[in-house]
Design a protein around this ligand. Structure first.
Ligand SMILES: Cc1ncc(COP(=O)(O)O)c(C=O)c1O
Length: 436
């Protein structure tokens, strides 16, 4: 890897930012260094090796917003920080390597990444969207992009008939999450990838929940992979970020232009922190998935819980599909409490180790109530239709000891019992479960 030495043949006339039509090869670098090895090795080494001038094992954080040019229009690969920053380049390459993509773009947040992808559409275009998606994506489509005549139809992507019927002449894109948020539904990536390819549609997969450790959507025919890097990829609840990865050269050129034109880019320090978080991604995911598997099986034994949503359980309707297309079922569990909203509130207030907080994917376990927190922007009628009940609680399982996690959940469940309907037997443990 060579920091700060891009393609100097890309000469731009005029100071600062090149014009909107500039599509330079300086950041679209299809020959970027691609270390070999398995994913855990890639997590540590993706993006390149030590910095060549000093031998620093980590890349420098380049805080400069502008870069000296050898002559007018003769820069050395970087000219202005919005257009390109060497620390950002390293993390963009690392993210691309992890998803097996040629091109990577980093953004200031997951929503900034989503917005930039939606800006590749034109007015009059139509998007088909999975019905159970992150509420911020729903909000962007329903409250922002609709004003630019971009129409969205929300369908259950697990039903191939629904997808087929929703496709119109104006359809350009399918947007999906699998597993979905917050119901952990799993849609068939290769079947949807095949439809997208046959109908010449751009397939976007938000891979935030799975991460490339568990699933690499480009291998199933996705055109673009989107991430909220705020979650598992950074993994420490201290950086807001987003990313888009693709193999499609034409879309990559458009995204490069939009990234620069819109300017929703991450800071150099956030780029560095994200790169640092990536190094432990594989080991964090392995441990978090193991904790989640044990906890989900154990939770199934409680009569206070109507349903445990977790693709790793054989009771989950998409269990076999998840086992086929994912290397592990992830570390998010949603539970539906028998006592509804009152029980959810008591449960969250009684937790001592889990924090009641939005977000997921950090080292610490978090719990949240989708109906009043992450999915409050989704109208109640839509939430009901999708299946997000008032008693639903989403758990992001962290890296703590499993015994401590279980003890905390057990205390929190005890606090919900006064809200249980009479039909639910007490005490809460309905049957002995031998999960571990
Ligand atoms: C699946 C998913 N996609 C996108 C986003 C948006 O990311 P950010 O909060 O970084 O803007 C989130 C945030 O929770 C998410 O859960």
């Amino acid at each position: 890897m060579t920091i700060g030495l891009g393609d100097t043949s890309s000469v731009e006339i005029g100071p600062g930012d090149p014009g909107p039509d500039h599509i330079g090869p300086d950041t679209i670098d299809s020959d970027s260094v691609r270390p070999g090895g398995k994913l855990a090795t890639l997590c540590v080494h993706a993006g390149g090796g030590p910095e060549p001038v000093t031998g620093a094992i980590n890349p420098p954080v380049f805080l400069s917003t502008t870069f000296v040019q050898d002559g007018p229009g003769q820069h050395r690969g970087y000219h202005y920080a919005r257009a390109g920053n060497p620390t950002r380049t390293v993390v963009e390459r690392a993210l691309a390597d992890l998803e097996g993509a040629r091109h990577g773009f980093a953004f200031a947040s997951g929503c900034a990444a989503t917005t930039t992808v939606l800006l590749t559409l034109r007015s009059g275009d139509h998007v088909i969207v999975g019905k159970d998606i992150y509420s911020g994506t729903f909000r962007l489509l329903r409250n922002v992009f609709c004003d630019f005549a971009i129409e969205a139809t929300f369908v259950d992507l697990r039903d191939p008939g629904e997808l087929d019927r929703a496709i119109r002449p104006a359809t350009r894109m399918i947007w999906m999450e699998t597993p979905s948020n917050p119901l952990l539904e799993v849609a068939d990536l290769s079947a949807i990838g095949e439809v997208a390819q046959r109908r010449s549609l751009v397939l976007v997969v938000d891979n935030t929940f799975a991460t490339p450790i568990l699933q690499r959507p480009l291998e199933y025919g996705a055109t673009l992979v989107v991430h909220s890097t705020t979650k598992y990829l950074n993994g420490h609840c201290d950086v807001l970020g987003g990313a888009v990865l693709t193999d499609d050269n034409a879309l990559a050129q458009r995204l490069e232009l939009l990234q620069k034109a819109v300017g929703a880019v991450p800071s150099p320090l956030d780029s560095y922190l994200l790169l640092r978080g990536l190094k432990t991604l594989a080991v964090r995911i392995r441990q978090q998935v193991e904790n989640a598997r044990i906890l989900a099986r154990w939770l199934e034994g409680f009569s206070d819980i109507v349903r445990v949503h977790y693709p790793g359980l054989s009771s989950h309707p998409d269990h076999e599909l998840a086992a086929r297309q994912m290397k592990g079922p992830g570390a998010i569990i949603s539970v539906e409490l028998a006592g509804g909203f009152a029980a959810a509130r008591s449960f969250l207030q009684a937790m001592r180790l889990f924090s009641c907080a939005i977000s997921l994917g950090g080292a610490e376990s978090l719990a949240e109530h989708p109906a009043s927190m992450t999915h409050a922007a989704v109208p109640q009628a839509v939430r009901r239709a999708v299946g997000i009940s008032d008693g639903l609680v989403r758990l992001s399982i962290g890296l703590e000891d499993i015994d401590d996690l279980r003890a905390d959940v057990e205390c929190a469940l005890a606090a919900t019992r006064c809200h249980n309907p009479p039909s639910v037997q007490r005490p809460g443990l309905a049957k002995e479960v031998s999960g571990e």
